[in-house]
Design a protein around this ligand. Structure first.
Ligand code: SF4
Ligand code: SF4
Length: 70
């Protein structure tokens, strides 16, 4: 089930969320560039997400939303 929702168009690729994720499942895209010219963050393993919301909390631009449908 998808838990990590990323508004790719407003991501600045600052990597703050990447650095705090305890499961190391966030990384900047190696293939995409958004209209602002940044490589947006992606979740590479939705199943591993523990919905701790650290990424959503640290992001200065509220790019990430966590939905945990347990
Ligand atoms: S909610 Fe937690 S485990 Fe899931 S992607 Fe964000 S920081 Fe990583
Ligand atoms: S989602 Fe937010 S914290 Fe993560 S790279 Fe993009 S702008 Fe930075």
């Amino acid at each position: 089930m998808e838990k990590v929702f990323i508004k790719e168009e407003i991501c600045k690729g600052c990597s703050l969320c990447v650095s705090v994720c305890p499961k190391k499942i966030l990384e900047l895209s190696k293939t995409k560039i958004n209209s602002k010219g940044y490589a947006p963050v992606q979740c590479i393993n939705q199943d591993e997400c523990i919905a701790c919301t650290m990424c959503a909390t640290i992001c200065p631009d509220m790019v990430i939303t966590i939905k945990d449908n347990k």
